[in-house]
Design a protein around this ligand. Sequence first.
Ligand code: SAH
Length: 449
Amino acid sequence: APPPPRDVGAGTEPLPLPSPALRCLPTAPAAARPCSGAGGRAEADGRSGDGAMLRHLLRKLRATGPVTVAEYMREALTNPGQGYYTRGGGIGERGDFVTSPEISQIFGELIGIWFISEWMATGKPKAFQLVELGPGRGTLTDDILRVFKQLASLLSKCDVSIHLVEVSPKLSEIQAQMLTGGKVQSTPEDKSAYMKGVSKTGVPIFWYRDIQDVPAGFSFYLAHEFFDALPIHKFQKTEKGWREVLVDLDPEVPEGLRFVLSPSSTPATHHFIQPEETRDHVEVCPDAGVIIQRLACRIEEGGGAALVADYGHDGTKTDTFRGFQNHKLHDVLRAPGTADLTADVDFSYLRRMAQGRAGTLGPIKQREFLKNMGIDLRLQVLLQNSHDAAIREQLLHSYDMLMNPEKMGDCFNFFALLPHHRLTHPDKNQPESKSPLPPVAGFGELILK
Ligand code: SAH
């Protein structure tokens, strides 16, 4: 029999956090969370609801042995009955974590301008689809639709439609309420979209479970705090080579879970670790890779662009897997299904998975992107238009949350996929000065013409 797997620990010590919790932790580098020694144990606790998810996992582990961290994360987040997101997630001040669109309307407005700017730079095609992956409460799309309405004269001849990719029935209900006032039709007979409706501003909206169900054609894609919620595999370098981190029953704690290492290498260790890897702990999110591949193919074939915003790194960080509950760090193995689980996005992996089918820009820091998009001017206009001291205070506070390097300014990044012809002149011999390509807003100057 193989030797009993070794506990590799979870690093569960609480870290200082601003309140409400931002899911990036600028003050606590992820590498500071140890991957060896004590810790990593969890018992069922009070907030496990009726504990159905934990019981389901315990049964599964007893029957078939340890599971990968990816499988654990997928169950905890999107299990069709008891997953954290399936049951509604906890986005917002009263929940478990807050996101930029929930903090400030300016965030969504500037992203709306980014899409308009790319639409203009590509010669104002007659139609575009805006496809959002993991729309949460629908706030970001709502802010973008307000911008589209304000720029109605510019978009009057363009056929715009919204396509939301969302697995959570509960969140899709919340999105429908936010965007349409609840006027939606379920469409079980439709093989692709499971729901449709029309936005308060008159734009058709469709809901899907998978990006592959969204119709082909010129599209803008948006993924904000989406990739960090997808399941990761974790690997640990040992004296005997790479091993995968697994989740198993903890024999010492009733109904407890613990991390263990695979007793030998697994197909995943061979497949996912790069030969030149120098770190001793690596997280890989193959689901993110598959989705980036699909986006890059769709952009290559149908045109458009994708904008990804998330906290992450460029292939340098190690252990970033963490949980949030009530705006506090939460042991990832405790009461699965009741807390948000997340890991930093590895942008170097996303770039690699575009496989040259689309060009990439970034990652660039959120504060630089938003500055390039004109956040300072937008703030000034809103401040001038508001005479209520409390609103002005709120505007300044939310600006600080988004831009301050100690808050979201530095740890959130923007990354884009664009067709190659948008980034490099097809005729390399043509002097650039004759018809220079317009800069891509946010990553460069914003020019709307
Ligand atoms: N973009 C929003 C919400 C982020 S939370 C914001 O910034 O506020 C992550 C979102 O992704 C949720 O809407 C969740 O239900 C959704 N999600 C998680 N896994 C998914 C998957 N595999 N496919 C589609 N949506 C998913």
